[in-house]
Write a protein that binds this ligand. Structure first.
Ligand code: NDP
Ligand code: KPL
Length: 313
């Protein structure tokens, strides 16, 4: 029996990592890759495959099937979730017939509450945790632009069996995905969250890209304040993050493409729905629970939530 892997959401993240999987396992005897996509994205991929444009290359990959119809998708062994966080419940419910109690679910969203939200929907399933470092975006339906050198995928679970985890790691490695199976996945996800929550908040609030944040003293200071506040919250929550987490976050920023920005800022610019609640609002809610002061987060949130752009999730 082939291992059937579904990729839910064929945008920047799903299109890139799903594309690498589909390329490797097209016509494979052991693994079948299914893209879950709708509308124009589904039509384009069914006809032309998913196209990934990198700084130096172009990849075209065809899945076994692309659909949003549960009958066509069929039962899945693994499901990799890569919609935006505001679509978690709706997208998973739309394919619930494909998720059996044996389906292993790996969320790749930014944010730290996806696993909890998914486990409320599918309490019996083996649920992994994951996050990615990549800069990837939809150029047009079915065409993904990936910039820069980052393409790391971290995953793990304190609950899933080692057999499951090793199997997925082997599937990723064979597809040349730079994946890391880690024991301390909670911390790794929070490390990413510290970096991206502060960055998404700063870039969107200031309407500046990564290069601008690094270059302008006042912008750097704002990013720094956000980092300090979220790091304090993480410490009060009892997370065991590296002592130099703030410095590590700044280094990550320096290594990111300077002309790029956060996916949340891209959504604000394009007047799209955005992840303000998962990336900024979440910190304020947790800070209230744990009685931590986060004045910079509050200032940023107030401006962004009341901006006359599209409402957030
Ligand atoms: N882009 C990046 O560089 C990075 C993003 N992230 C995080 O990864 C997650 C995904 O982001 P990103 O890839 O940018 O998001 P995108 O907006 O690029 O893609 C999301 C995709 O999900 C699809 N989708 C939503 N609902 C459904 C559904 N019910 N059925 C099928 N498809 C659906 C959307 O399709 P449709 O057009 O039909 O709505 C869209 O193609 C986010 O949490 C983000 O913060 C993390 C690291 C980097
Ligand atoms: C900053 C970046 C690209 C790092 O992966 C990211 O996570 C995002 O834009 O959402």
């Amino acid at each position: 029996m082939k291992t059937r892997i579904g990729i839910l959401g064929m945008g920047g993240v799903g299109g890139y990592f799903g594309g690498l999987l589909a390329k490797e396992y097209y016509k494979s005897d052991s693994v079948e890759v299914v893209f879950i996509a709708r509308g124009e994205t589904q039509k384009v991929i069914a006809k032309n495959g998913v196209k990934i444009v990198t700084d130096s290359d172009e990849i075209i990959a065809f899945p076994f099937v692309v659909s949003n119809d549960s009958e066509v998708i069929g039962k899945l062994d693994f499901l990799i979730c890569a919609t935006k966080t505001y679509d978690i419940e709706e997208s998973l419910n739309s394919i619930k017939k494909c998720i059996t109690k044996n389906t292993v679910i790996l969320p790749l969203y930014n944010g730290v509450d996806a696993s909890e939200r998914i486990s409320e929907l599918f309490p019996e399933n083996e649920l992994l945790q994951g996050c990615v470092y990549v800069v990837a975006m939809i150029l047009s339906p079915g065409i993904i632009k990936k910039t820069g050198v980052y393409e790391k995928l971290f995953f793990g679970s304190t609950m899933a069996s080692l057999t499951t985890l090793n199997k997925l790691q082997s599937i990723f490695k064979t597809a040349s995905i730079e994946s890391y199976l880690v024991e301390n996945i909670d911390e790794v996800i929070w490390e990413k969250f510290v970096f991206i929550s502060a960055l998404a908040s700063a870039t969107s609030y200031l309407n500046e890209n990564i290069g601008d944040i690094l270059k302008n003293k006042a912008s750097r200071e704002l990013y720094f304040s956000l980092l300090n506040e979220i790091t304090l919250l993480a410490a009060v929550k009892g997370l065991n993050l590296p002592e130099d987490i703030i410095m590590q976050s700044i280094l990550k920023l320096e290594k990111s493409p300077h002309d790029a920005t956060s996916s949340m800022h891209r959504d604000f610019i394009a007047l799209r729905k955005n992840e303000l609640e998962s990336l900024t609002g979440f910190v304020i809610n947790e800070a209230q629970k744990y009685e931590v002061d986060v004045p910079t987060y509050e200032m940023v949130y107030k401006k962004l939530v009341f901006s006359d752009l599209l409402p957030s999730e």
